[in-house]
Write a protein that binds this ligand. Structure first.
Ligand SMILES: *Cc1c(COP(=O)(O)O)cnc(C)c1O
Length: 414
């Protein structure tokens, strides 16, 4: 059943943090006051004209919004089906949609009188966007990163430090993203007064899922008006990749009540369907509670968090937004997967036919959209969210397409 947009707004943006049975705020008691303070502030800013004006102005002046909706005529002709369009979130400052919710949250932190931002990052993209916004708006910034990620994502560590952030390598556990999250939570517990924890997707305890959806929904609002202007009608399908779910929810939110618009989330199919080889939470995960919220997680038979894999770091995460878990269960958002190899192919196809190099994350959405386009009639319109640009993936795509060049380049550097 499709609800009205007012009902979706109430269920998602104005909720107390539960989306069906998903969501919630399962955190240590010491953090509850902080999250409650944040939830109250989020409630207030949703209708605060001065706040919203500053948020919109910062998006325009600092990040370059609105981003274009680009027709892909050569690619559409080659696929021989529906007309494809791309929403180019990769043209945002720092290269992806992530800056939308970073700007919103840093402005909220300032309003709360916080002087210090902490964040966790896996591949470094969220840390990079956070560090840039903190520098711009004058807040102290600390980013936690698992030691393994710290070492293999050296360029992003460098950018964060150049932007004035302190990057802390976490030596505990597996030395990856989940350990960075735990370290950031510990920091927050120790310094709750002055610190704002800036979470990088529509996941985590209330109010983060609703709040980050709110700060990302500008993407779908722009798509709606751009598509109406270009085509005189709404798209037939919107396709986005799903890591935690923020770019997908940002794209989908404004279309939730438009029954004729199919909304499709594409998860990382990795190398296969056996445990540890993919990151498809909705399609292969189980409900559970982790990192403060109830949603689908990849788990082993004992309910422990399972290993994940994706060629794209941004999709390589064990959980998914509780809002998407709910929208999947009620049938409003469809889910599919695209594998590592399909995503790499899609990068090359889009680069060669349209001159745009997408992020590997976004390439999962393209890989699925290519198949979908071929099945749909020529007058159908499909919009794909290019959540980010591909420059950050230089070493991964080069290793795939030109391994010998990469080897020689790396040898020259060392
Ligand atoms: C981080 C990232 C993603 C995945 O995060 P979501 O919250 O699912 O959007 C997707 N694309 C790009 C380019 C990213 O940097």
């Amino acid at each position: 059943m499709i609800l009205t947009q007012t009902q979706y707004r109430r269920q998602i943006l104005d909720s107390t943090g539960f989306f069906g049975s998903y969501g919630g705020c399962f955190v240590p008691e010491v953090l509850l006051p902080n999250l409650q303070e944040m939830a109250l502030a989020f409630d207030a800013i949703k209708s605060d004209a001065a706040f919203l004006a500053e948020y919109t102005q910062t998006l325009q002046q600092f990040s370059g919004r609105p981003t274009p909706l680009t027709p892909l005529p050569r690619l559409s002709a080659a696929l021989g089906g529906a007309r494809l369009f791309l929403k180019n979130e990769g043209l945002n400052h720092t290269g992806a949609h992530k800056i939308n919710h970073c700007i919103g949250q840093v402005l909220l932190a300032k309003r709360l009188g916080k002087t210090r931002i902490i964040a966790e990052t896996g591949a470094g993209q969220h840390g990079y966007a956070t560090a840039a916004v903190c520098a711009r708006l004058g807040l102290d910034c600390t980013v936690y990163m698992g030691l393994k990620d710290y070492e293999r994502q050296r360029p992003n560590v460098y950018w964060m430090e150049l932007l004035g952030a302190r990057v802390i390598a976490v030596e505990a556990g597996e030395q990856t993203l989940n350990d960075a999250v735990i370290a950031a939570f510990k920091d927050w517990v120790a310094h709750p007064e002055e610190t704002y924890y800036l979470l990088g997707s529509a996941v985590g305890p209330h109010p983060y899922p609703a709040m980050n959806t709110f700060f990302q929904k500008i993407v779908g609002e722009e798509i709606r008006s751009q598509c109406l202007e270009l085509n005189g009608r709404l798209p037939d399908a919107c396709v986005a990749c799903v890591g935690g779910g923020s770019n997908a929810l940002g794209m989908f939110f404004d279309f939730l009540d438009a029954e004729q618009v199919r909304l499709i989330g594409v998860e990382a199919g990795g190398r296969g369907t056996s445990p540890g080889t993919h990151a498809a939470k909705v399609l292969h995960g189980l409900p559970g509670i982790f990192e403060g919220y109830h949603s689908y997680f990849l788990q082993d038979g004992d309910g422990n968090i399972a290993a994940t894999h994706s060629v794209s770091a941004g999709l390589d995460y064990c959980g998914v937004s509780p809002i998407l878990a709910w929208l999947a269960d009620v049938g409003r958002v469809e889910f599919a997967t695209a594998g590592d190899a399909e995503a790499l192919d899609a990068v090359q196809t889009l680069a060669r036919t349209e001159g745009i190099i997408p992020a590997l994350e976004s390439a999962h959405a393209f890989a699925h959209a290519f198949k979908l386009a071929a099945e749909m009639p020529p007058d159908a319109i499909i919009v794909v969210n290019a959540s980010g640009r591909g420059e950050k993936d230089l070493f991964i795509t080069m290793q795939h397409f030109q391994p010998e060049s990469l080897r020689r380049y790396a040898a020259g550097l060392l």
